[in-house]
Design a binder for this molecule. Structure first.
Ligand SMILES: [Zn+2]
Length: 121
């Protein structure tokens, strides 16, 4: 991150033009194109909370019948094992973001609760 706030369009969740900070870059396939990624403060907050939810989720992964942890992301052809063992200690921390709520059923086997009003995405 450059740490400099600029006025421009945020590339993330809000769809606003506002104060943004360059947080990295993205490269796409053929033809190869590069672009800087800019995020506003609100979207940076969501991004940082999503990273925290991710860290919590990967610390709480279920295991398959062989005791191997099942990652949050699997190849489409591999699919997810039907029989999983979830953490019995209930130590998985509740998600705070939309991404976290998508990972929640993968790590707990139960559907997420509805987000509280104003909880952000
Ligand atoms: Zn934004």
């Amino acid at each position: 991150m450059s740490g400099t706030w600029l006025i421009g369009a945020c590339w993330f969740y809000c769809g606003r033009s506002t104060l943004v900070m360059e947080i990295g870059s993205v490269t796409t396939g053929l033809p190869v194109r590069h672009a800087p990624l800019y995020a506003c403060g609100d979207c940076l907050d969501v991004l940082e909370r999503s990273v925290e939810d991710y860290a919590r989720a990967v610390a709480c992964l279920p295991v398959d019948e062989d005791g191997m942890e099942v990652p949050l992301y699997v190849a489409p052809e591999a699919g997810r094992p039907e029989r999983l063992r979830y953490r019995a200690d209930g130590g998985c921390r509740r998600p705070r973001t939309g991404l976290g709520r998508q990972w929640w059923p993968l790590i707990t086997g139960v559907a997420p609760e509805s987000p509280s009003p104003g909880a952000g995405s």
